[in-house]
Ligand binder design. Structure first.
Ligand code: DDQ
Ligand code: CA
Length: 273
């Protein structure tokens, strides 16, 4: 009898392994190396600024007058903060309770909207004094990235789905599977609305996907591996992944940073030819 059971358990493990390996390899199918060159962008660093190396950056946006808002993660270190671009100085901070893990952040008129990891909750803060005045539930399975075009909120949950959320009701009103030439693009993380596209950090890569919010297709890839060279040189403590995109639409300036990165970069894109 025991023999039968152990053979059965063995078979189940083998089947699970095959299914797992199959999905894992399918997830890795997107091959940027085969992309047409005109869809690939490299970046040139035009400015670099200090960034709090203890900020586990999960959300980043540019407000105005060289002011950024940032959401940080990790239990006990999660916050929403107002940061001076040039100095990286934290001008105001609202710390979160230990159970909260800060994620995506966006600004809609005077409201800073933040979502949290592994909870379907989010918070709304007053942009002027960072006072928290509302808790809400969003309809996504998880909270990762958040951005806005001024009308809807765009959200990500670490999958390949790009969500559109009505900021009045906080309900999901549209879902799109992000794909590159038909292949799903997984692990969408921090978001930014730029040039009428949605840009997404792809978790654990040095790539940003430029996504069309009309059909979810990836229009191009921004390759940022070169930022690491400057970081690894003279590194004082551990750094994590590239994460955080902010766009100054008036000045057309783009900023990127990463989790625990000691620097924030202003970048310019160059199309590969
Ligand atoms: N996310 O940003 C990819 C959504 C989450 C990253 C979390 C990585 C740190 C894990 C720490 C474990 C604490 C429960
Ligand atoms: Ca952003």
């Amino acid at each position: 009898h025991y023999k039968k059971i152990s053979v059965l358990v063995f078979l189940i493990i083998i089947v699970c392994l095959i299914v797992f390996l199959n999905t894992a390899s399918r997830n890795e199918r997107v091959s940027i190396s085969e992309a047409p060159l005109n869809q690939l962008y490299t970046v040139e660093v035009v400015n670099e600024f200090p960034h709090d190396p203890d900020a586990f950056t999960q959300g980043l946006l540019y407000a105005e007058n060289d002011t950024l808002f940032e959401s940080t993660g990790m239990h006990g270190a999660s916050s929403v903060r107002k940061v001076t671009l040039q100095t990286g100085e934290v001008k105001a901070i609202q710390k979160m309770q230990y159970s909260d893990f800060g994620e995506g952040l966006t600004l809609l008129s005077d409201r800073l909207i933040q979502i949290t990891w592994r909870q379907s909750t989010g918070y709304i803060y007053d942009r002027h004094n960072l006072s928290k005045f509302e808790k809400f539930h969003h309809g996504m399975p998880d909270g990762w990235g958040l951005a806005t075009d001024g009308k809807v909120l765009f959200g990500s949950d670490g999958s390949s789905t790009l969500y559109q959320i009505d900021p009045q009701t906080m309900k999901v009103v549209k879902k799109q599977i992000v794909n590159y030439q038909g292949d799903e693009v997984h692990r969408l993380n921090e978001l930014e609305y730029v040039y009428d596209e949605v840009w997404a950090n792809i978790w654990m890569t040095d790539c940003i996907a430029r996504i069309s919010h009309t059909d979810g297709s990836v229009l191009g890839w921004i390759l940022l591996h070169n930022l690491r060279e400057g970081l690894l040189h003279n590194l004082k403590k551990q750094i994590d992944v590239l994460n955080g995109i902010a766009w100054d639409s008036d000045g057309d300036r783009l900023f990127v940073t990463g989790k625990w990165w000691p620097k924030l970069y202003e970048i310019k894109l160059h199309r590969l030819k």
